[in-house]
Design a protein around this ligand. Sequence first.
Ligand SMILES: [Zn+2]
Length: 165
Amino acid sequence: MFYLKHKGKKLEIHDDNVFTRCPQCGKERVVDLQEILSSGDGDLYGTAIFCSGCLEKHKKEIKLQELGLHTSEIESIARRHNTSSDEVKGIVTSGLEHGFDVKTCLIGARLALSLSDGVEEYFTAEEAAAVIGTDEQTAVQEMEKADVSPARITTLPGFEWLLGK
Ligand SMILES: [Zn+2]
């Protein structure tokens, strides 16, 4: 058993008398030291515990930063579907709010725009796999089961180097 000593007084540590503050908003809350130390990656000095509100906000900011890396892809989707980057971003952001990752949201936006304007989109096996949540081989098998036949990218003889062959 551990206890704190303050001016000669003994203070036992329980799961309801150790507190921390959210480093973001300063909200005070009880922490269970047992839980933090047993999680393996906690230490007494370095562990910052965000409140659930700030944690959600933090996660969202990270996703938006990640979204910033896909600006050129968003612009090219917008051009293909004759719409604005903001509309594409809006679809992607609403997907992010539903907990999907950026890659899946971009594919979702292409799918949604394609369904609404009829401009065809082509998806690679890798992209299909990301959406279904499987590996590429399984994704292709699933599509074949659904009677979707995959197209193969071919090139003129002599230009195989274009495909890295
Ligand atoms: Zn907070």
